[in-house]
Design a protein around this ligand. Structure first.
Ligand code: HEM
Ligand code: HEM
Length: 150
């Protein structure tokens, strides 16, 4: 298992732990419902999306029988996606508290999160997109079928 797959799975579990903890805090202390956007993005963008990123980066190359388009991009995406989410969460909390700097944190974290998602889209797209002929070395390509079916 590549390091970034393990890192995405671990990050997903950490975000789940933090997300449900904030959920319980909101449940028992209703004044904290102002942090609802932080709670739901920890769970949906943190737990759900990071789990999907990790599982997909591991499994899709195996489904297609081709290597991942770019392991370097996947590693960079881990930092951009997780750093972006952390910045978004700080932004959501600052916004709820009415503290200056919220929009810059939320905006820059949101842009980074989106860039991480675009990197994932591109990486998986290129992994599944290579045609059978491009994916193989010339000597391994199947011979053209000579017998046409009636
Ligand atoms: C122990 C687990 C959890 C607890 C105690 C919890 C608690 C809460 C609470 C108190 C709210 C605020 C509801 C309100 O606005 O009145 C909320 C909202 C929300 N939670 Fe959780 N939550 C938990 C886990 C999760 C998970 C695992 C997810 C997603 C995978 C999730 C997604 C959401 C979403 C999307 C909202 C916003 C709903 C809306 O737009 O009104 N929560 N949660
Ligand atoms: C680049 C990534 C993302 C950015 C920048 C972003 C940003 C935002 C912002 C600014 C809000 C409004 C919060 C507020 O009410 O103050 C919001 C709401 C919401 N987002 Fe996201 N989001 C992102 C990804 C996602 C993803 C991947 C999901 C689900 C899988 C999601 C689910 C939601 C939901 C359910 C709400 C409504 C929350 C509520 O008010 O109950 N978001 N998002």
């Amino acid at each position: 298992m590549e390091w970034f797959v393990r890192a995405f799975l671990r990050a997903s579990l950490v975000w789940l732990g933090l997300g449900v903890t904030l959920g319980v805090a909101m449940a028992v202390h209703p004044a904290w419902i102002v942090y609802r956007p932080a709670h739901l993005h920890m769970n949906l963008l943190g737990f759900v999306a990071m789990m999907i990123f990790g599982v997909a980066l591991h499994v899709i190359p195996r489904f297609t029988g081709r290597p991942l388009h770019s392991a370097r991009l996947a590693g960079a995406q881990w930092w951009v996606s997780n750093g972006g989410l952390a910045s978004m969460l700080i932004g959501f909390v600052l916004r709820a508290e009415g503290i200056a700097g919220a929009t810059i944190m939320l905006g820059s974290g949101g842009v980074a999160s989106a860039i991480g998602a675009y990197g994932f889209i591109y990486n998986i797209w290129r992994t599944i997109g290579a045609s059978e002929m491009q994916a193989r070395r010339p000597e391994e390509r199947p011979l053209p079928t000579l017998i046409r079916q009636q």
